[in-house]
Design a protein around this ligand. Structure first.
Ligand code: ZN
Length: 268
């Protein structure tokens, strides 16, 4: 077996890189949860504010309508009083004046009645809108509650997975010499992920640059870890880990790459 020839540190570092990649992904997922929880609250608050605005508008319209109704009642009272006065009027001039007053008040009554019915329409429309928004709000509330519960469960799950990963990580780091580990950590911070990458066909698979022949020969022997001269990542030879799936899994992907092609083979 080729793998038995590889220095154990290479295998350990390779496993560490795979786990660290997973750990980073877990931490990123965990980090996104508070933001999503906050977004749910923000959406609710927005809808609540809109609903409050509608309710305020409704109250304003209603109180305006009430004032109009009071004025209408006063105008109707005025017409009644004027009509009662008609019988006692002595002069035709006074009669004309009173009749003109009645007519003009009646015109005001007609206009105000129309205004009131328009206001009533507006009230009805706003009430219907409020009812719809209210329904949407309670739906959103229950959705948000369910989503929050899901996220909280997810959060706990991620935290457990991260604790497990960190524990197994400390087991692995103990098997790697301090200098290599320090270099690995430094590169990982700099690149935001991949620090120990396979070399294949005399190229670094991370930066795609050629590896100097002499260095590639050292990699093939599988006894030392060599740095890529271009990107300074630490290298191992892909051929020492022949499982295609594993190699694929450990293959670095450029950050802006399109969605990776799934290479799942149907079971034969
Ligand atoms: Zn490179």
């Amino acid at each position: 077996m080729t793998t038995t020839k590889v220095h154990p540190q290479i295998a350990s570092l390779r496993t560490l890189q795979a786990q660290d990649r997973r750990l980073t992904a877990l931490e990123r997922q965990l980090g996104g949860i508070p933001r999503r929880l906050k977004e749910l609250d923000t959406d609710l608050v927005k809808l609540e504010q809109m609903l409050d605005n509608e309710r305020t508008k409704l109250e304003d319209t209603r109180s305006f309508q009430t004032r109009q109704e009071i004025q209408l009642a006063e105008e109707e009272e005025l017409v009644r009083n004027s009509k009662a006065k008609l019988g006692q009027i002595k002069t035709s001039r006074e009669l004309n004046a009173t009749q003109r007053e009645i007519e003009s008040t009646r015109r005001m009554i007609t206009a105000r009645t129309q205004e009131i019915s328009k206001l009533q329409e507006a009230v009805d429309t706003t009430e219907a809108r409020i009812a719809k928004m209210d329904a949407a709000l309670s739906q959103l509330r229950s959705q948000a509650a369910a989503e929050k519960e899901r996220l909280t469960t997810e959060q706990a799950k991620l935290e457990r997975a991260i604790r497990r990963a960190q524990k197994s990580r400390s087991g692995l780091t103990a098997e790697i010499d301090r200098d290599t580990l320090r270099k690995y950590e430094r590169i990982r911070r700099r690149t935001g992920g991949m620090a120990f990458v396979p070399a294949r066909r005399e190229r670094c698979t991370a930066c795609k640059m050629m590896v100097a022949h002499i260095n590639y020969m050292r990699l093939l022997k599988g006894q030392e870890i060599v740095s890529c001269e271009s990107c300074h990542r630490l290298l191992y030879w892909a051929g020492h880990f022949p499982s295609a799936d594993e190699a694929k899994q450990n293959e670095p992907k450029p950050k802006a790459a399109p969605a990776p092609k799934k290479k799942k083979r149907a079971a034969k």
